[in-house]
Design a protein around this ligand. Structure first.
Ligand SMILES: [Zn+2]
Length: 233
């Protein structure tokens, strides 16, 4: 394996909540269990960019696409209980504006709370298009402008990009590099070689039987992850 182990989700919702979009969600208890499995394997649960900087099998990263408010409500505690932090990939045009009612998507204030909790805020484009279907200029605007806008809003560097729908072309990859990102994640299970701009992630979200399957998938993948050279402190 050339990259640290990476998993991804969308929503974090208790089983009892609205069943809509459940296929995209993980319940907090399953998420906590995933973080525990990673820790018990001796891997540190870090942000996507930090896990890459750790350069080796000693780290893993769990990330959350689209920017749902429940990532803050449930995700932070679930990962922190196992000493970990996460990464959220935000669709910039969907950030809830100040003063609005509590909603599904993260507000700027909530994004700052995530950052203060040690989470990484990455870009998931301006409006979540299928990037390879756009002109180069439009792709560039999605990739570059989302980074600039997020950095202006957060006052911090945005280093990581997640391709919407996991879709990208060689042009997309080049534009992500030109925009100054340090890395980019896909939704492919494997592949990407050693490229920091085509990093595979395991899909780990799901309820019920699917959650059981996903835990098994994570356990199997952790078996193949080499233990860290140095014992975790
Ligand atoms: Zn998405």
């Amino acid at each position: 394996m050339n990259h640290p182990l990476m998993g991804y989700y969308h929503r974090v919702q208790p089983r009892s909540s609205d069943p809509s979009r459940r296929g995209l969600a993980v319940d907090p208890e399953s998420l906590r269990q995933h973080a525990r499995l990673i820790r018990q394997r001796g891997l540190a649960l870090r942000t996507v960019s930090d896990s890459l900087d750790a350069a080796g099998p000693g780290a893993a990263a769990l990330s959350f696409d689209d920017g749902f408010a429940d990532n803050l409500e449930y995700g932070v505690d679930a990962l922190a209980s196992e000493g970990g932090v996460g990464t959220v990939y935000v669709v910039v045009s969907a950030i809830r504006t100040a003063g609005g009612p509590a909603g599904e998507m993260l507000s700027l204030k909530e994004l700052r709370q995530l950052a203060a909790a040690g989470w990484e805020i990455g870009s998931h484009s301006v409006s979540h298009p299928r990037l390879p279907e756009l002109s180069e200029a439009d792709q560039r605007a999605q990739v570059r402008d989302s980074k600039r806008q997020l950095e202006d809003l957060l006052g911090a560097a945005v280093r990581s990009f997640a391709y919407p729908y996991g879709l990208y072309s060689p042009v997309t990859v080049r534009l992500v590099q030109e925009a100054g990102y340090a890395n980019a994640v896909t939704t492919a299970k494997r592949g990407g070689g050693t490229s920091r701009f085509e990093i595979p992630r395991l899909s780990l979200g799901g309820y019920g039987f699917r959650a059981v399957k996903q835990s098994l998938k994570l356990r199997l993948r952790l078996l193949f992850e080499r233990p860290p050279a140095v014992a975790p402190s």
